[in-house]
Design a protein around this ligand. Structure first.
Ligand SMILES: Cc1cc2nc3c(=O)[nH]c(=O)nc-3n(C[C@H](O)[C@H](O)[C@H](O)COP(=O)(O)OP(=O)(O)OC[C@H]3O[C@@H](n4cnc5c(N)ncnc54)[C@H](O)[C@@H]3O)c2cc1C
Length: 425
């Protein structure tokens, strides 16, 4: 009997994990990617210190997937945070738990891990076909690819799409597959930016603030926000001023709530505590002790307020209020910032939206296209930064691989039947 042929399209963490699981089980895997090399977003993630996963208790970890927890939790039970750390160790990459309980490779880098991973996959017989852009389906379940030598058609017994979301399209995942799946009757939720920055109010920053502080961090602050449904966010951290608004880790953490509130109300107001380690009474007492000094130098010497925090005070308070100690103190503890639009999807760290779980079975196979599996960020789930994105992407690749194996073992092949993989038309 001919050996079953599997096509994996997309060489990000989800596709590579599926390739690993299948090839380890002795299945011949052909992996296709539009880009000249695989794992580009993974490598970029490594630039900021690759955050592989999170070491919080499993019960807390699964909460991060919000409304999609019921779908993601069973996947994490198969391949969760500890399994990911063990897997990295198996590739010779030790990990450590940072102060925030985020887990990183000891050298913080992605490249050594990806190198070792690809070495393992090649040794297991995975064949890589770069510069193959999937452009849809040919007759039956055959797959069409655009290549530099023209179009080719590939037949496979089962195929996995792991094409990523739609953020940072220059790294390969551009979401151009959405109409292809919709035509096939597979339901895809519209993209939304996740872990994204925001533009602030209609008038934005003053030109002075934007010119002087764009790109500068607000360090040791806290953000508080409560949406219209009583969902609350309050956390310490840091974020960055941009020319038109705000971005950075603390903003990403609250971004889903802000985005959803803007979608309903057109705006969302969060409060920044510029001195989270001091009580309102301490701040008020310090502000009241101002003598002949300018407000800026008084706040700097008494409260250690740096230039960007001081400037924010001037952005949000009218000039006359700057003489009112009670208002200054209250604003230092809760400076209101109104955001009116998330930054576009292509700038976001990740995306919400994608193939709806309702279009799939428990093994991530599209019910409208038997033999076609979907994994990774192209599925409709979202999570904050903190290693949750990589963990769930890889977990879904592992789940799809196991379902593909089960399907092959049952002899339930796609309607096009076994045929020559990679057969140019
Ligand atoms: C700047 C940045 C930093 C990040 N840092 C972290 C972090 O520290 N921790 C974390 O958990 N997550 C992080 N993420 C998110 C994480 O990288 C992604 O969630 C993850 O890579 C998704 O994996 P994936 O396999 O689903 O998709 P991707 O990694 O996006 O891979 C998809 C692959 O599919 C290919 N492809 C797309 N369309 C086609 C097509 N039509 N034909 C053929 N091939 C195609 C692409 O070229 C790509 O190789 C970060 C993201 C960004 C942008």
């Amino acid at each position: 009997m001919t050996q079953p042929q599997i096509a994996i399209i997309g060489g990000g963490p989800a596709g590579l994990m599926a390739a690993e699981r299948l090839s380890a089980a002795g299945v011949q895997v052909d992996l296709f990617d539009a880009m000249p090399s695989v794992g580009r977003k993974f490598l970029l993630a490594g630039r900021g210190g690759l955050n592989l996963t999170h070491a919080e208790p499993f019960a807390d970890f699964v909460q991060r997937f919000g409304a999609r927890r019921p779908q993601i939790e069973p996947m994490l039970e198969m391949f969760g945070p500890q399994a990911l750390r063990d897997w990295a160790q198996g590739l010779g990459i030790e990990t450590f738990v940072g102060t925030s309980r985020r887990v990183f490779p000891t050298d913080m880098k992605a490249a050594p891990l990806l190198r070792a991973w690809l070495h393992r996959l090649r040794a297991a017989g995975v064949r890589f076909h770069m510069r193959h852009r999937w452009i849809g389906f040919a007759q039956g379940a055959a797959l069409r690819f655009a290549t530099s030598d023209g179009e080719v058609t590939v037949r496979a017994d089962a195929a996995l799409l792991a094409l990523g979301g739609a953020s940072w399209p220059r790294l390969g995942s551009d979401g151009s597959w959405v109409p292809l799946l919709r035509e096939r009757g597979i339901d895809v939720a519209p993209w939304q930016p996740a872990n994204c920055g925001f533009d602030i109010g209609a008038s934005g920053w003053t030109p002075f603030f934007a010119e002087r502080f764009a790109g500068q961090p607000f360090k040791s602050v806290a953000i508080a926000f409560e949406d219209g449904q009583g969902r609350r966010f309050a956390r310490k951290g840091e974020f960055v001023a941009t020319a038109t608004g705000i971005e950075g880790s603390l903003v990403y953490a609250v971004s889903a709530l802000l985005r959803d509130q803007i979608a309903v109300h057109g705006r969302a107001t969060l409060h920044v505590d510029l001195l989270p380690d001091r009580s309102p009474a301490q701040v008020l007492a310090a502000v009241q002790q101002r003598g002949a000094k300018s407000l800026g130098s008084h706040l700097k010497s008494r409260l250690g307020l740096d230039a960007i925090k001081s400037a924010l005070l001037h952005e949000v308070l009218p000039r006359e209020a700057l003489h009112d100690a009670a208002r200054v103190a209250a604003t230092l503890k809760a400076a209101p910032l109104t955001v009116t639009a998330p930054r576009p999807v292509d700038e976001a760290i990740s995306t919400a939206g994608g193939v709806r779980f309702e279009a799939l079975d428990a093994g991530l196979m599209a019910t409208a296209a038997p033999g076609l599996f979907i994994a990774g960020e192209m599925l409709d789930w979202e999570a904050p930064t903190g290693g949750y994105l990589l963990t769930a992407s890889m977990a879904s690749g592992a789940v799809a691989a196991s379902a593909m194996r089960a399907r092959l073992a049952d002899g339930r092949l796609v309607p096009s039947g076994p045929a020559d993989v990679y057969s140019p038309r």
